[in-house]
Design a protein around this ligand. Structure first.
Ligand code: NAP
Length: 293
């Protein structure tokens, strides 16, 4: 259903993600102009969007400008070109390019010095998830600016979550979730490779997916509570015992002549906590040794 008053939106970047975002806004009934460095890709977005070749035309007179480029360096180079700041007068800039909290802080400095309202966002979705319940977008910046645009922004993700006024907070949460995802994925891929190296079909391991996912979930809950209380004692399993288990994993990897780099790195981290005197504490005590280099 078309919104009662369509929002004029410029979407900068017609890559895989930018194209999906632009089509989602258009399909919700908004007026969407798309711009891309390579104009043919902007023309291919379709779905009721209008491709424009002039960047300033894509920015001028929009209530929202949504940016989805490869990185902040590309955004910074593009938005420092002549006429961009004045074309953005009265517009809210929503940065959906992925980056670090430091990138977000630099972008806010630019927005402030050019009088532009700025929200820094992080999308947790593949392009095919956009506009479905599987998409989540985190936002950081001034709450009133977020509230003003929430109705429009929900076209890309109903699950549009305000994190904090601190401009780096959406990127920080995104990096944290992605680290857990990449680290967890590497761990289960190494685990499957260990099974294969020992002549065990990896599907036997994957059949027990719920065992390791369940353990991670229970440990995450315990970690949250222990970190809050700053008390890592408990009667379940000491770090000393966990280190012994990790040593078995390193030995298996070496015996099977496969890469032991990943379990060795894990072992080093857990051993560091033991060396710091935490050997009789529970596993989440490693947290204490991770806040310093
Ligand atoms: P992509 O398909 O590679 O698109 C990259 C876009 O950036 C293209 O429009 C490209 O223009 C543009 N670009 C790169 N350098 C530029 C420059 N110097 N000046 C102007 N434009 C430049 O990447 P994507 O998958 O859409 O990702 C876009 C952003 O979304 C990234 O920050 C990514 O981390 C984030 N993201 C993506 C996903 C995903 O699943 N794809 C998920 C979450 C977040 P040209 O077409 O001219 O090269």
């Amino acid at each position: 259903m078309a919104p009662s008053s369509p929002t004029k939106i410029g979407v900068i970047g017609s890559g895989l993600m930018g194209s999906a975002l632009a089509r989602a806004f258009a399909s919700a009934g908004h007026e969407v102009a798309v711009w891309n460095r390579t104009p043919s890709k902007a023309k291919a977005v379709g779905g009721g969007t209008v491709a424009v070749e002039n960047l300033l035309e894509a920015l001028s007179g929009r209530e929202l400008v949504v940016v989805s480029l490869s990185n902040y360096a590309a955004w910074s180079e593009l938005f420092s070109s002549a006429g961009v700041a004045s074309a953005l007068a009265g517009t809210t800039l929503v940065q959906l390019t992925s980056g670090s909290p430091g990138d977000a802080r630099e972008a806010l400095e630019w927005a402030k010095s050019n009088g532009v309202d700025y929200l820094d966002a992080a999308i947790l979705a593949y392009p095919s998830f956009v506009a479905t319940d599987a998409a989540t977008v985190f936002y950081a910046g001034p709450r009133p600016v977020f509230d003003r645009h929430l109705g429009t922004l929900q076209a890309i993700a109903k699950n549009s979550i305000y994190v904090d006024e601190k401009i780096g907070s959406a990127a920080a949460l995104d990096c944290a979730i992605l680290e857990a995802y990449y680290g967890g994925s590497l761990a289960f891929l190494h685990a499957a490779a260990m099974c294969e190296a020992e002549g065990l079909d990896p599907k036997t391991f994957f059949a027990h997916k719920n065992s390791f996912l369940g353990l991670i979930s229970v440990t995450a809950d315990a970690a949250q509570s222990m970190i809050e209380r700053n008390d890592f004692s408990g009667g379940q399993c000491s770090l000393n015992t966990h280190v012994a288990a990790l040593e078995h994993i390193v030995r298996l990897s070496k015996d099977a002549r496969m890469s032991a780099r990943f379990p060795k790195e894990l072992l080093d981290n857990y051993k560091r906590a033991v060396s710091a005197g935490l050997g009789n504490k529970e596993l989440p005590a490693v947290f204490r040794t991770l806040t310093q280099d």
